[in-house]
Design a protein around this ligand. Structure first.
Ligand SMILES: Cc1cc2nc3c(=O)[nH]c(=O)nc-3n(C[C@H](O)[C@H](O)[C@H](O)COP(=O)(O)OP(=O)(O)OC[C@H]3O[C@@H](n4cnc5c(N)ncnc54)[C@H](O)[C@@H]3O)c2cc1C
Length: 386
């Protein structure tokens, strides 16, 4: 019998499995969807600068610590698996199209500097010095200035997911693909087993000493089997992948909630929508056209670019915007790690270490009160950016 059964094979579940297995635990991961249907595969992979600082909020502490861990994990993953997850500090710009937005960005710059992040305010003339690909946008008056974050980083989510998965295999984790958890049974505050329909259509019960729900946007549905009130809200995000004959940008360009994310090979991700579409993870023509229009606004002529791929994923939203990392209320051997919304890739290694600490009875390095699954939540619309 495994020490721990993890429900969910996205970046959160697999990272926890990797960490636990690295500490010598026997771990089993159950995952219903193929990789491409997870938010983790669909993510853009932008990591805003997140240095640690004296007055950090619990979310900043989690992100900052995870940011540090990512640098170590990337090296370890490359050594263990031979897969380069593409982590690179390429720098990012937030650009403004009018003076009001520029003032808001200046306030954002102050807030970044207060948090120890390097940040430079740019007038229109300085923007092309940092990103020559925006010269035309400045000339047309579409960009009137911005802020530059030299430490903004990117990662390739599918490669990272593949690396963590292969590392799990190397560490002895059993991963059951196509395993749909249909019920969870418990008595007297102890989870006894999870019922699974396998890819071959067989019904099985999987038993372990501890269970961790890391099922992303679907986690809330699973807790109903345990009569625990825990809500996750799917928030759809669509992305268009454009391919240019040669690279057109080298920095991440953010404009409001939209972004252009250049890969070294000339591909450009344009994202993303924030939509309440239930559990529908299909793309829509209107959204993809809007994303192409964002690219055209910032880059001018995009006629030479081909639309290579489009996709959508379901971010696990939560009412207060914070992830839940902790013990399932009322269960001695039940845990949950879900609700990471727009930062799950970034926060995954810290979440993994914290959850492994909890499961193995160590004191977590960050106070988890703010992430307690049964905390009092102050309502907030997950479709509104923070
Ligand atoms: C378009 C888009 C852009 C994003 N950009 C970024 C970004 O730039 N930076 C960043 O940090 N984050 C980003 N995110 C957010 C990030 O992707 C998520 O926060 C993170 O991937 C959540 O990981 P997860 O493992 O919790 O969920 P998922 O990756 O969705 O995984 C959930 C897992 O649970 C499994 N599961 C569900 N139900 C069951 C069941 N009944 N039985 C068995 N298994 C089950 C699924 O099969 C899946 O394996 C983005 C997300 C999207 C959609």
């Amino acid at each position: 019998m495994p020490d721990c059964c993890i429900i969910g094979g996205g970046v959160i579940g697999l990272s926890i499995a990797r960490e636990l297995a690295g500490r010598g635990a026997m771990v089993c991961v159950l995952t219903r969807h193929g990789e491409r249907s997870t938010a983790s595969w669909a993510a853009a992979g932008i990591f805003p600068p997140a240095p640690r600082h004296a007055r950090e909020t619990p979310a900043e502490a989690l992100t900052g610590w995870s940011d540090e861990l990512h640098r170590r994990w990337s090296r370890e993953l490359l050594d263990e698996t031979g897969i380069d997850n593409g982590l690179v500090t390429c720098g990012g710009l937030h650009v403004a199209g009018d003076d009001a937005r520029l003032s808001a960005l200046e306030a954002m710059a102050t807030s970044y500097r207060d948090r120890n992040a390097r940040c430079e305010v740019l007038g229109a003339a300085s923007v092309p010095d940092i990103e020559p690909g925006l010269r035309d946008a400045v000339r047309r008056g579409v960009v009137v200035g911005g802020i530059f974050l030299p430490d903004e980083t990117q990662i390739r989510p599918p490669r990272h997911l593949a690396a963590v998965r292969r590392s799990c295999h190397k560490r002895g984790v059993t991963i059951l693909d196509g395993a749909n958890v249909t019920a969870i049974s418990a008595t007297d505050g102890r989870i006894e087993g999870v019922q699974v329909t396998t890819a071959a259509g067989k019904c099985e019960t999987v038993r372990a000493d501890a269970y961790c729900l890391a099922a992303g946007a679907w986690a809330g549905g699973l807790t109903t089997h345990l009569n625990v009130e825990f809500e996750t809200m799917p928030v759809r995000g669509q992305i268009a992948l454009l391919r240019f004959p040669q690279p057109v940008l080298s920095r991440v360009i953010n404009m409001g909630v939209d972004y252009l994310l250049p890969r070294a090979d000339g591909r450009l991700l344009v994202g993303s929508t924030l939509e309440d579409a239930g559990f529908d993870s299909t793309t829509t023509t209107e959204a993809i056209e809007r994303l192409r229009a964002v690219a055209a606004t910032l880059l001018g002529d995009i006629a030479q670019a081909s639309l290579e791929q489009v996709w959508a994923g379901l971010r696990p939203g939560s009412i207060d915007g914070l992830p839940s990392i902790g013990r399932l209320p009322g269960y001695r051997n039940g845990f949950v790690a879900a609700g990471h919304f727009r930062a799950g890739l970034h926060q995954s290694p810290g979440t993994a270490v914290l959850m492994a600490d909890l499961i193995t009875g160590r004191k977590p390095a960050i106070d988890l009160a703010a992430f307690a699954p049964d905390r009092k939540r102050n309502g907030r619309d997950p479709l509104m950016p923070p």
